[in-house]
Design a protein around this ligand. Structure first.
Ligand code: UDX
Length: 464
C-alpha cells in the first residue's frame, strides 16, 4: 500500500480545456508521492467518455446535477449558482476525505472559481491557484483588474501593458491582439469573472501557471514581483515529453470520442511533413461562410489535411464535401469528429497545425514542435496567436477580411508559407528549438520540474 506524504484536492472549472491540464499536473504530483483527489461536478462527470484510472475523482455539485449547465440560462447564472452550491458541497467533500487516512492538506483550484479560497481557509488548508492560461494573458486580465487597461480600449494601437514593456513586439499591442472579452462590451460579465480571478489572489500561498519559464521569462519575472508565481508546464503526459512516467499515456478526460484508429491509420499512409492538421478545439463555432472558405483553402492548397469538425459543426461543411473527399483517388483529406490530438501532433506526417490557438493546443504544438497557422476565434486565442507569430516566431496568423472572414486564398498562401517556402524556414526551425525548451523545462532539474518539486516539498513539510 502506498503511504502518501500529503493530500491535494484539485478543483478544475468543468471544461475540457481546464480539466486536462489540471489532471496532467495532478499526475506529476502523484508521481512524487502526493495523494490526489479531483473534484468535479456531477453533470460534468456524466459527459466524460472515460474516467482517469490514475487518480481518484469525486463529485461536487454546481446546482445542475441532472440537466447540466445548459439549464442555467446564462453563464453568469451558472457561475453564481455554482458558487452557492459548490462551496457547500466542496466543504462536505473535505469533511468526508478527513476519514480517508490522509486528510486533505491543500486545495489547487481554478481561479474561475475564486470562492474555493474561502472554503480552503475555513479548513486551514494551503491554497494554490492554477491558471490554465499563459502568463501574458493573465497579465492582461490583471491590468484590467487594476484599471490600468481602460475599458473598452478605444485607440487601436495604444494598448500598453506594463508587464510587457521589456518585450519589443508586445510593448504596444492592437485591440485585435488582446483577449476578446476585453474588447467586446457584450462580454462584460464574462470579463468580470476573468478579472475576479485576481480578487482574492493575495490570500493564496501559490500561483501555478500552465506555462514554462523559458517561454515567457519577462512576463513571469514581472508578475512574480506581485504574486508567488510558479510555472509548472507544459502539462502534457510524460510519454510525449520526458518519458519519466512510463504508464502515463492517458491524455485527459475527453468529452468526445476520438476516432483514433481512422486518424492514425490514415496518417500512417501520408508522407513525412505533408499533412495540415486542422482543429478549433472543443468550443469554438465557425460561421458557415468561414467553414466554406476553409474547406476550399485546404483543397486548393493541394496539401493533405486531417480536419476535426465536431458533430455539432458538421452541417456547416459545404454540400458533398466529405463524400467527394472519399471519392478522390489521392486520398487528400480526412474529416473526423474528434481525434487523439497529441498522437496526431506527434505523428511524423504532420507539417502544420491550423489552429484556433486555444492555450492547450498551442502548448501542445510547442511541446511537439509543430509550426502553426493561427486562426484565433475568441477569448485568449488572439493573444496566443500574437505570441506565436511575433514573440516565438513559430507560426503565422491568417488575416481576416473586413467582414471578419479568412478567405480561401489567404489560407492557401499561409499553408504554403509554413510548410514549404523559404520564408517559413525560420518558423520551422523555431518550432524545433521551442520543442527542446519545453522538454528541458519538465525534465529532471528543469525549471518546471524544480517548481513542482519545491511545491511538493512544502506540502510534505506542512503535512508533518
Ligand atoms: C478553451 C478555450 O477556447 C481556450 O482558448 C482556452 O485557452 C482554454 O479553454 P478549447 O477551445 O477547447 O479550450 O481549446 P484548447 O485549449 O486548445 O483545448 C482543446 C483540447 O482538446 C486540447 O488539449 C486538445 O489536445 C484536445 N483535442 C482537441 C483533442 O483531444 N482532440 C481533438 O480532436 C481536438
Amino acid at each position: 500500500m502506498t503511504t502518501h506524504k500529503s493530500h491535494c484536492l484539485i478543483l478544475p472549472y468543468p471544461a475540457q480545456g481546464h480539466i486536462n491540464p489540471m489532471l496532467q499536473f495532478s499526475k506529476r504530483l502523484q508521481s512524487k508521492g502526493v495523494k490526489i483527489t479531483i473534484a468535479t461536478t456531477k453533470s460534468f462527470l456524466k459527459t466524460m467518455q472515460e474516467l482517469p484510472n490514475l487518480v481518484s475523482i469525486e463529485a461536487i455539485s454546481d446546482g445542475y446535477d441532472d440537466g447540466g449547465r445548459g439549464q442555467a440560462g446564462s453563464f453568469v447564472a451558472y457561475i453564481t449558482r455554482f458558487k452557492e452550491v459548490g462551496s457547500d458541497t466542496l466543504a462536505q467533500l473535505i469533511k468526508k476525505l478527513a476519514n480517508c487516512g490522509c486528510p486533505v492538506t491543500c486545495i489547487v483550484y481554478d481561479p474561475f472559481l475564486p470562492w474555493a479560497v474561502e472554503v480552503a481557509k475555513n479548513f486551514g488548508l494551503v491554497t494554490a491557484a492554477f491558471f490554465t492560461q499563459n502568463c501574458a494573458v493573465d497579465n492582461i486580465y490583471y491590468h484590467v483588474h487594476k484599471g490600468v487597461i481602460k475599458l473598452p480600449p478605444t485607440k487601436v494601437e495604444e494598448i500598453i501593458v506594463p508587464g510587457f514593456s521589456t518585450i519589443e513586439t508586445l510593448s504596444r499591442i492592437e485591440s485585435s491582439d488582446v483577449p476578446s472579452f476585453v474588447v467586446s462590451p457584450e462580454a462584460e460579465r464574462i470579463l468580470e469573472m476573468l478579472v475576479n480571478q485576481f480578487s482574492n489572489l493575495d490570500k493564496v500561498d501559490w500561483v501555478l501557471i500552465n506555462s514554462f519559464y523559458e517561454l515567457e521569462k519577462e512576463v513571469i519575472d514581472w508578475m512574480a514581483k506581485i504574486y508567488p508565481i510558479k510555472t509548472i508546464g507544459p502539462t502534457i503526459p510524460s510519454m510525449y515529453l520526458d518519458k519519466r512516467l512510463p504508464d502515463d499515456k492517458e491524455y485527459g478526460l475527453s468529452l468526445f470520442k476520438p476516432m483514433a484508429y481512422e486518424c492514425l491509420n490514415w496518417l500512417n499512409q501520408q508522407p513525412i511533413n505533408s499533412v495540415v492538421y486542422v482543429s478549433f478545439g472543443s468550443l469554438a463555432k465557425l460561421e458557415a461562410d468561414q467553414m466554406e472558405e476553409l474547406a476550399w483553402g485546404l483543397k486548393n492548397s493541394n496539401k493533405n489535411f486531417l480536419w476535426v469538425v465536431r458533430s455539432t459543426e458538421e452541417s456547416k461543411l459545404p454540400k458533398n464535401f466529405v463524400e467527394e473527399l472519399k471519392l478522390t483517388r489521392e486520398n487528400k483529406g480526412l474529416v473526423v469528429s474528434w481525434c487523439p490530438q497529441l498522437q496526431v501532433l506527434e505523428h511524423k506526417s504532420i507539417g502544420c497545425f491550423l489552429t484556433h490557438c486555444g492555450w492547450n493546443s498551442t502548448l501542445e504544438a510547442i511541446s511537439l514542435g509543430v509550426p502553426m497557422l493561427t486562426m484565433p476565434q475568441w477569448t485568449d486565442q488572439p493573444t496566443n496567436a500574437k505570441l506565436v507569430k511575433d514573440v516565438w516566431e513559430m507560426g503565422v496568423r491568417a488575416k481576416q477580411d473586413e467582414k471578419g472572414i479568412v478567405r480561401r486564398e489567404v489560407i492557401e498562401e499561409c499553408i504554403k508559407l509554413v510548410m514549404e517556402e523559404e520564408k517559413g524556414k525560420v518558423i520551422r526551425e523555431n518550432a524545433k528549438k521551442l520543442k527542446q525548451l519545453a522538454r528541458n523545462a519538465v525534465d529532471e532539474g528543469g525549471s518546471s520540474d524544480k517548481n513542482i518539486q519545491e511545491f511538493v516539498s512544502k506540502l510534505v513539510t506542512i503535512s508533518q
